[in-house]
Design a protein around this ligand. Structure first.
Ligand SMILES: Cc1cc2nc3c(=O)[nH]c(=O)nc-3n(C[C@H](O)[C@H](O)[C@H](O)COP(=O)(O)OP(=O)(O)OC[C@H]3O[C@@H](n4cnc5c(N)ncnc54)[C@H](O)[C@@H]3O)c2cc1C
Length: 253
């Protein structure tokens, strides 16, 4: 799919524009006055957690320009403090390396097994889609620099095939890994890949509103608030992406 088709078919719902304001009243007033956006991108994503980072990389891989607004002073979300346990199979490259035979069908069967009390009532259609994407998703993580502990995976979720790998802690720096959590190996690697590919991440930016066209209700953009004090306090203004102002705006294509 080329960039044009990707934007047209897949990303308009999230393609967005941001106006950065400082209060609810100012946001409301500013929305009336939005005639020129300060920033523009094909796709704007709220949240630089595991989902947001993956979505950003995938959009960028399709040729879209991507901005992420993240309310926290760092990327990662919950995944940063997570156990980094990734229960994906279906015949991943790492499973093959350990001589484990698996398939999307086996993933589907395991996650809809009547004897599995937790999973027996799973939505079949959802599990089917998820099962079909298991291996590709895991390999996407490998392709984007995520490293896993190279030990034989373990069984998980009552499955019949070992699928559970754990990400390696990203570094020895406890600040970078937030107390050495394995999840750092997931999100720091994704962050590195996203930035290298040209995704712009705006930290300390909180999405406060989605702006829609009044008539068509089509998404035009978002309103976000910058925590300028925190940007400068942490001397992360450059990573924050903020200018020397508490107001700025961004536009969608
Ligand atoms: C202690 C712990 C251990 C875990 N261990 C595992 C595990 O081993 N394996 C596993 O598969 N799962 C594990 N999980 C679950 C997993 O971490 C989460 O399911 C996953 O991280 C969710 O990612 P997400 O990106 O969807 O959401 P989130 O991590 O919640 O990310 C959302 C991001 O959006 C930002 N945000 C929110 N609102 C706004 C806004 N208005 N504007 C801008 N930014 C905003 C947040 O700051 C955050 O960075 C664990 C979770 C925890 C808490």
């Amino acid at each position: 799919m080329n960039r044009r088709k990707f934007i047209t078919r897949g990303a308009l719902g999230v393609g967005a524009t941001a106006l950065v304001g400082v209060s609810a009243q100012e946001d409301a007033a500013a929305q009336q006055r939005i005639t020129k956006w300060d920033r523009s991108a094909d796709v704007v994503i709220a949240g630089a957690g595991a989902s947001g980072l993956c979505a950003a990389i995938m959009a960028r891989d399709q040729g879209a320009s991507v901005l992420i607004v993240e309310q926290n002073h760092d990327i990662g979300g919950h995944a940063m403090v997570s156990g980094g346990r990734i229960p994906l199979g279906g015949g991943t490259r790492l499973q093959k390396k350990f001589g484990i035979a698996d398939s999307a069908d086996q993933v589907y069967l395991d996650h809809t097994d009547f004897h599995n009390l937790e999973l027996r009532y799973s939505d079949r259609e959802l599990v089917r889609v998820w099962a079909d994407e298991n291996a590709a998703t895991f390999d996407f993580l490998l392709d984007n620099g995520v490293q896993f502990e190279e030990v034989t995976p373990t069984l998980v979720n009552g499955g019949t095939v070992p699928r559970l790998f754990r990400t390696k802690v990203y570094s020895d720096d406890l600040k970078v890994t937030i107390n050495g959590s394995p999840g750092s190996g997931l999100v720091r690697a994704l962050e590195k890949s996203a930035r290298a590919k040209g995704v712009e991440i705006l930290l300390n930016h909180t999405l406060t509103r989605i702006v829609r066209d009044e008539k068509s209700q089509r998404v035009q953009g978002i309103v976000a608030k910058i925590d300028m004090a925190r940007c400068w306090r942490w001397r992360w203004a450059r990573r924050c992406g903020a200018r020397r102002t508490s107001r700025a705006s961004m536009a969608a294509r």
